[in-house]
Design a protein around this ligand. Structure first.
Ligand code: UDP
Length: 323
């Protein structure tokens, strides 16, 4: 099979590339290296079945050529990371909405199956935990930059579902919950790589707010396995799936666990949200997926424990320092 992965030099995209290469498939990546890096795909660059193009999916002719060559498309190219989103809202909205428009319109010409990566962020301020795919999405005010990400991804979802219903383009939507593992950098604000980096350097571990907000952290290898199974399953078409772990932990407990695992002397400090992001920033207190839908369809089960995840991130960061 020939697989196109947009955002293939990103954190999740590069792991997905690895998985398809290992399966013996032909992998094509397009990435503009805005948040992805060559370092993530360095080990694949000389592989005869790996092909990469450094460009944006907004470049219509280039994307059209790649889609033409491939059998299926994973559209992972997007602006990610709450920090980036708050700092660069124009880029977020334009990248997420236009990129998906381009990919879906070209894929539609050849009716190539597309899996669109959406996000748990779309559940917004909903308190209906655990979140189910058919639950309400609760957005905050448009004056709060954070929600532009959720809205841009919700538009992507509407568009992908519309292409399926109206034009019979096979599309699948996945809402990725907090996904972590090696190659994720803390550069765009993600909590686990940030905490691990701080702990290893002996710098203060920065817990935003009071640390009672909770998240569930899924291992990238488990998530990638689910993406591949969904792509192979014809019953997944036209549907939305939550993917992630449902083991919940508060951010304060996470900070304490990172400190223990790294044997760090770092102190844990509390940073107000206004200082960490922007004035009036709204965080969601809990974010837990209901994963029964993806479990029932493809037998998905998160395998890696939180300690296993943290150890993989610690190993990666130590290895990176040596490199
Ligand atoms: N967070 C934190 N310290 C950091 C980075 C993030 O306390 O240095 C918190 C953040 O406010 C949120 C949680 O950790 O409550 C997860 O943040 P992340 O950006 O990883 O993902 P989100 O769930 O917000 O998309």
């Amino acid at each position: 099979m020939r697989v196109l992965i947009t955002g293939g030099a990103g954190f999740i995209g590069s792991h997905l590339s690895d998985a398809y290469i290992q399966r013996g498939d032909e992998v094509y990546v397009i990435d503009d290296l805005s948040t992805g890096t060559i370092e993530n795909i360095q080990h694949l660059k000389r592989h005869p079945r790996f092909h990469y193009t450094i460009d944006t999916v907004h470049n219509h002719p280039v994307t059209a050529e790649l889609i033409d060559q491939c059998d299926v498309i994973f559209h992972l190219a997007a602006a990610v990371g709450v920090k980036l989103i708050v700092e660069s809202p124009v880029r977020t909205i334009e990248t997420n909405v236009r990129g998906t428009e381009v990919v879906l319109s070209i894929a539609n010409k050849k009716k190539k199956k597309v899996l669109i990566a959406s996000t748990s962020e779309v559940y917004g301020l909903s308190s209906d935990v655990p979140f189910r795919e058919d639950g309400n999405l609760v957005m905050g005010a448009t004056t709060k930059g954070r929600w532009s990400y959720a809205c841009s991804k919700a538009i992507d979802e509407f568009l992908a579902l519309a292409y399926w219903r109206e034009k019979k383009l096979p599309t699948i939507i996945v809402r990725l919950f907090n996904t972590v593992g090696p190659r994720q950098t803390g550069q765009y604000g993600m909590v686990i790589p940030t905490f691990v980096k701080q702990a290893l350097a002996g710098r203060p571990i920065t817990v935003y707010g009071d640390g009672q907000q909770s998240r569930c952290f899924g291992y990238v290898g488990d998530v990638v396995g689910a993406l591949i199974k969904l792509m192979e399953n014809s019953d997944a078409v036209g549907q939305v799936f939550n993917i992630g772990s449902n083991a919940e932990i508060s951010i304060l407990k996470l900070a304490q666990r990172v400190k223990e695992i790294t044997h760090s002397d770092s102190e844990i400090v509390f940073v107000p949200y206004d200082e960490a992001y922007e004035e009036g920033f709204e965080d969601m207190p809990r974010r837990v997926p209901d994963i029964s839908k993806v479990s029932e369809l493809v037998g998905f089960r998160p395998e890696m424990s939180l300690d296993g995840i943290l150890e993989s991130v610690v190993d990666y960061q130590i290895g990176r320092r040596h490199r």
